[in-house]
Design a protein around this ligand. Structure first.
Ligand SMILES: [Zn+2]
Ligand SMILES: [Zn+2]
Ligand SMILES: [Zn+2]
Length: 362
């Protein structure tokens, strides 16, 4: 299966997927629609709305050309199929060519429709028109969006295909073919989902991804979802005028230590429990003074004489949360992947222990 056809097909497939979904490598190589057409698109900072009107149209057109590009490439890669002479090409290829030609035609027709009347029919312009005052067009709203986008205090985050931008008045999501806009005043944001990822690829830190639904009071504005890292949630809330609602089942953990404490607690729950000798009173946790001491360090990971852990003879003095915080405080913040496997000294007697040695008191 080493034929040039297969090689070309695989290479083109990889190229097409990367061109559409633009991983970081493609961004740094400048192989994105934005980069290739930057001269025509203008600058996002100078005119945000007009930039994205053009960008969405150009992206749609460029992507719609991909199947045709494949056909043309195949004319050379598989010259024995005589694809360059469609009348003699195999039936399936003729059908493919027809679709490959129709797709950019349809995209072109759509873009032509959008661009008439100075882009007034583009979905973004139509959304902005919903916010226009009577007698002033969508362009006035667009100008206000442009101005606010230029301010440096806007909130902006997210991958290139799903950027989230919040300005003083607007909540926006910039997607590949669309830009969603809602005015803050009428929008209600609800955290609908939180998903935990053990490690994020670029930072090695556990992250929690939140999905927020932006619903506008006006039924003409379609609701849309935005996604962000929970660490950015606080910053987002500061930029919003109205509080964010939260679906009942969603828990938001903002910091790494919150995430760690939860993991720590669930691991400790799985350890064997410790029964206090009868007559021993449990005192308040000396860390927080809020709850009773709830954990005892009992070397359980290995035999008494083996390994690096040591037996701690302290009476129970800490609650689970404070012990977790202590454990986290002794870790290297840059290497969260090592946290769970590490050993730290007992806060009182300095005997080293690991998570397996932390026992909840029964
Ligand atoms: Zn405590
Ligand atoms: Zn101790
Ligand atoms: Zn141990």
């Amino acid at each position: 299966m080493d034929s040039p056809e297969v090689t070309f097909t695989l290479a083109y497939l990889v190229f097409a997927v990367c061109f559409v979904f633009t991983p970081n490598e493609f961004h740094s190589a400048g192989l994105t629609v934005q980069n290739l057409l930057s001269g025509w698109l203008g600058s996002e900072d100078a005119a945000f709305v007009s930039y994205h009107l053009r960008r969405t149209a150009a992206t749609l057109l460029c992507h719609s050309l991909l199947p045709l590009g494949y056909y043309v490439g195949m004319c050379f890669a598989a010259s024995d199929k005589r694809l360059h002479w469609p009348a003699q090409a195999p039936e399936a290829w003729r059908l493919f060519l027809l679709l490959a030609v129709l797709l950019p035609c349809a995209a072109g027709a759509l873009v032509y429709h959008w661009a008439r009347d100075r882009w007034a029919r583009h979905p973004l312009a139509r959304t902005l028109a919903l916010y226009a005052l009577p007698r002033s067009g969508w362009a006035a709203v667009a100008a206000s969006v442009d101005t606010e986008f230029r301010r440096i205090d806007k909130f902006a985050t997210g991958a290139p295909g799903a950027r989230v931008i919040v300005t003083d008045t607007w909540v926006m999501k910039v997607a590949t073919y669309r830009v969603h806009v809602a005015r803050q005043q009428e929008a209600q944001l609800t955290v609908t989902e939180s998903r935990q990822h053990e490690l994020s690829p670029d930072s090695n830190l556990p992250v929690q991804l939140l999905t927020l639904r932006v619903a506008s009071a006006s039924p003409a504005v379609r609701p849309f979802d935005i996604r962000l890292n929970s660490a950015e949630y606080g910053e987002l809330c500061e930029k919003l005028q109205a509080p964010v609602r939260r679906a009942a089942h969603v828990v938001i953990r903002q910091s790494l230590s919150d995430l760690f404490l939860e993991t720590f607690a669930s691991l400790v729950e799985g350890n064997q429990a410790y029964a206090v000798p009868s007559g021993q009173e449990l005192e308040a946790c000396i860390g927080c003074m809020q709850t009773r001491a709830g954990v005892k360090l009992v070397k359980s990971c290995q035999d008494a004489a083996a390994g690096e852990c040591q037996q701690c003879y302290c009476r129970p003095m800490w609650c689970l949360t404070c012990m977790g915080k202590w454990f986290a405080s002794r870790q290297d913040p840059q290497r969260p992947d090592t946290w769970l496997a590490s050993r730290v000294p007992c806060p009182t007697c300095r005997a080293r222990f690991c998570i397996l040695d932390v026992c909840c008191i029964r």
